[in-house]
Design a protein around this ligand. Sequence first.
Ligand code: ADP
Length: 384
Amino acid sequence: MNDTHASALDRESGEAYFRDALGLLPISIVMLGERGQMLMVNPQTARLFGYECDELIGKPVELLVPGLHVDSHVPMRAGLLASQASGDRTALHELSARRNNGTEFQVEIGLNAFHFDDDSVTLAFIIDRTERFELERNRRDLAHLTRVSTVGQLASSLAHELNQPLTAILSNVQAAQRFLAADPIDLAEVREILNDIVQDDYRASEVIRRIRAVVKKGDLEVVSLDLAGIIRDVVLLVRSDAIVRGTRVTLDIEDDLPPVSGDKVQLQQVMLNLLLNAFDAMNDVPPVDRVVSVTLRRESNKMVCIATSDRGHGLTADKLDKIFKPFFTSKPQGLGLGLSISRTIIGMHRGRLWAENNIDRGATFFVALPVGNATEQDESRERP
Ligand code: ADP
């Protein structure tokens, strides 16, 4: 037996061992060639995607994971594995995968490039993330539902707030009709009335804009945010509710605060929940004392903190933590989800939400969030 023949046999039996080993592993593994073609596929992969192993050999990996683009002119290592170039060999890519029957599901893919004799190959580990994805979607739906139900509590006061400009528009239009019927027509008066109508229309659409901003449903949208703007928007949203309940809201916002990175709708949801809880906590307090103060300050180089303080009944020691558990409520109509969802949201923003009793009366809810714009945070997240 000559050397070439022996090494060919070695390689063949090496490949067979390798194939057997891949077959024994409990996860889906695909070996890819330089152009992303599938060289080896373990049975777990074939089962997960609804194929026979043989059907997949030689086919491009995009058949299984359409988003895993492989540039046919750029070898896999250079084109796909940018994360590995930065030394992060275990980076996972979250992508959408497609089964043989066309249904899509979420996967996480880890890629590892290495040399097999003289060939450069890549091992792709595919982890089925359907369950986690469903969980995430349920969490999002629940957060949305809670938001809609919270805004539902504001419905009557918002209807009242909308009714005002609409009534004003109607009476202004009637006045304009009377002026137009007169002879001579007082054009200056009509012009002024039209201006009033435009202003009232702006007021009405501003109310609608604020409602829509909060009940919006969508994927997590992480951008650089001005927290002060978010707080002011929510305070405006609850303005009429505060008036109906005889409550004042004071704002104390430090100037020139750096942006935070996060999802606007979700942070609005947290603020909305904290404010409405503070209103509820003061239901039995004499109207002169019904004040909620919201402060926004820089806490350190890295954090800003919102404190929402009320003068209500406060929290008993055992409640300080319990209130953040799902379905804990002391209100007859309460869902008990607001604070638990708020804590999850703030946690996802790498911040902290907690409550303390005030020295004199009532409670303060603190939301500490890291500063930094969206891009900076993405970069630091990618660092190992
Ligand atoms: P819900 O408002 O539906 O009860 P939350 O999760 O928002 O759900 O709140 C849970 C519980 O925490 C409330 O029922 C109340 O007992 C308590 N709580 C929340 N905010 C305050 C507050 N500002 N002061 C006193 N207790 C509060």
